[in-house]
Design a protein. Structure first.
Length: 229
């Protein structure tokens, strides 16, 4: 087995294990805890980055993810050392930057609720491998561009963005918008929202409160993880 093939094989194996761990977190409905989820997303995205740099590998697909950890034992020492060195650096980066990677459970859940995917694994896969960090223009929050638009969300106050007859979380909706407004006023950045484009249609999967706060604070753009599939 050539070194390039070995690196590819090891990395796919580890990524498959990471995704399985993430699926277990979702299935157990630990949606209110970042434990495990931030690490899963960060490590997977970072492993992908290292792999693409090392062997110029194109995006994965679900068909080539069927690997098992036991196969690592057959790989040569150089490939294992190469991967171990990358993992050390990955973990070091994670310890410094883990706050940047928040829960994506709400986005995964939303994608299943509106029936964009048949199962959790497919949804998790595109969230991890088919997403890119982009700037989303708030002026594009309109019916021709976004399918699941709620016109109230871009209003001048939290109360108008979430009127009494449209508060899925009750007063928590107002508090969430106000919280994100406070962060923006303090010069802090907001966690990216999640947007997906599938079959020519775009949906916002998570981040309506951040959208509302950004609009109230007269922001033109908001960071978003943009999924294409």
């Amino acid at each position: 087995m050539k070194k390039k093939e070995s690196i590819e094989f090891v990395t796919k194996t580890v990524i498959e294990n990471i995704i399985q761990n993430f699926l277990e977190i979702i299935k157990e409905k630990k949606l209110n805890s970042t434990k495990g989820i931030t690490e899963t997303i960060y490590l997977t995205k970072t492993i992908k980055k290292y792999l693409q740099k090392a062997i110029k590998l194109e995006n994965y697909n679900s068909e080539n993810m069927n690997f098992n950890f036991e196969h690592i034992n057959i790989l040569n020492i150089k490939a294992l050392d190469y991967y171990k060195n990358n993992i050390d650096e990955i973990i070091e980066q994670f310890s410094k930057n883990k706050k940047k990677y928040k829960i994506i459970c709400d986005s995964v859940s939303a994608s299943l609720t509106i029936k964009l995917f048949d199962n959790i694994k497919d949804s998790c896969f595109v969230h991890i491998f088919n997403s890119q960090l982009k700037k989303f223009e708030l002026r594009n929050y309109n019916k021709p561009f976004i399918t699941n638009i709620n016109k109230n969300r871009l209003s001048s106050t939290p109360e108008l963005a979430y009127p009494e007859n449209d508060r899925p979380r009750g007063d928590s909706d107002l508090k969430s918008v106000e919280f994100h407004q406070s962060k923006l006023r303090n010069g802090e950045s907001l966690e990216p929202i999640w947007i997906i484009e599938k079959m020519g249609k775009r949906y916002i999967l998570d981040g309506f409160h951040r959208l509302a706060a950004s609009y109230i604070e007269k922001k033109e753009f908001i960071d978003s993880y943009y999924i294409t599939c």
